[in-house]
Design a protein around this ligand. Structure first.
Ligand SMILES: Nc1ncnc2c1ncn2[C@@H]1O[C@H](COP(=O)(O)OP(=O)(O)OP(=O)(O)O)[C@@H](O)[C@H]1O
Ligand SMILES: [Mg+2]
Length: 250
């Protein structure tokens, strides 16, 4: 057993570290998630959300931006490379997420990167960064990193650019989700450098149970957080949006 003096000095050290490196938690507001990750993401973290097609990556990341604005008063930029802006807004309206209104209120900005195809990775990164600065956004989503990178030709320099991008996001203290598409049936995530750069890796995986398609969620890594290591089920419903629940409760 530890002596009292040992315990006290440890508490002092922890408090000292916490004062020097304050770590604000950014709540996602996604039902069932924040309780699994000590209350939320660490501010300024870069989170990779990897998942199969149709597993809920877009709904998950829209909720991060939407809840941030509506529940926590934090501004957010949503950069879409997958769906065009109109389709995205129409699909999300079915869940009651009025993105147009939030844009009019100056709380969020939906940036379509479709028009930036072929402009080069550097130009795309600049475009996103200026949107963050103009809005003074604290949250960012890039949906998806896969499309974002594949639309750009400079594969050879992408590692360097990703490192720079990561550092700039850290300096801006902007909490970022980057989605990543994983072909169904792949045993591994099949990710490259992104997996190691990211502070956190979350996965959404399509599985079949009793002839029914389900999605399971796992927090594969989250630096600095004592997170759940259990698989959870993802439920998508127009009334509640996306919800994360323990498997046993379903
Ligand atoms: N209105 C709705 N009500 C219930 N479930 C819905 C509704 N709209 C979509 N879904 C479910 O959510 C899934 C799509 O979610 P989402 O678009 O977030 O997935 P994704 O992982 O981003 O897909 P993609 O790989 O195409 O980008 C659909 O396949 C469907 O199962
Ligand atoms: Mg999507």
């Amino acid at each position: 057993m530890k002596s009292i003096s040992e315990s006290i000095s440890k508490v002092d050290i922890v408090e000292d570290i916490q004062q020097k490196f304050p770590s604000k938690r950014i709540r996602t507001g996604i039902e069932g998630l924040d309780g699994l990750i000590e209350g939320g993401f660490l501010k300024g973290e870069v989170i990779l959300l990897a998942g199969n097609t149709g597993s809920g990556k877009t709904i998950f990341s829209i909720e991060f931006i939407y809840n941030g604005a509506v529940q926590f008063g934090e501004k957010g930029v949503y950069a879409t490379f997958e769906e065009d802006e109109r389709t995205l807004k129409r699909n999300m309206a079915k869940f009651g997420f009025d993105l147009d209104k939030l844009e009019r209120d100056g709380m969020i900005k939906v940036v379509s990167l479709e028009s930036m195809k072929g402009a080069g990775l550097n130009a795309n990164i600049d475009f996103i960064l200026s949107a963050i600065k103009n809005l003074q956004a604290e949250r960012l989503v890039i949906d998806s990193l896969t499309a974002f990178l594949s639309a750009n030709q400079e594969k050879f320099e992408y590692r360097t650019l990703m490192h720079i991008f990561y550092k700039v996001l850290k300096n801006l203290n902007c909490t970022t989700i980057m989605t990543c598409s994983v072909p169904t049936g792949y045993k591994t995530l099949g990710l490259g450098i992104e997996e190691f750069i990211a502070d956190a890796v979350l996965t959404l995986e399509s599985i079949t149970r009793k002839e029914e398609l389900k999605t399971r969620f796992l927090i594969r890594k989250m630096r600095g957080t004592n997170h759940s290591k259990k698989y959870h089920e993802v439920i998508i419903d127009e009334k509640i949006g996306l919800k994360i629940v323990p498997f046993s409760m379903v």
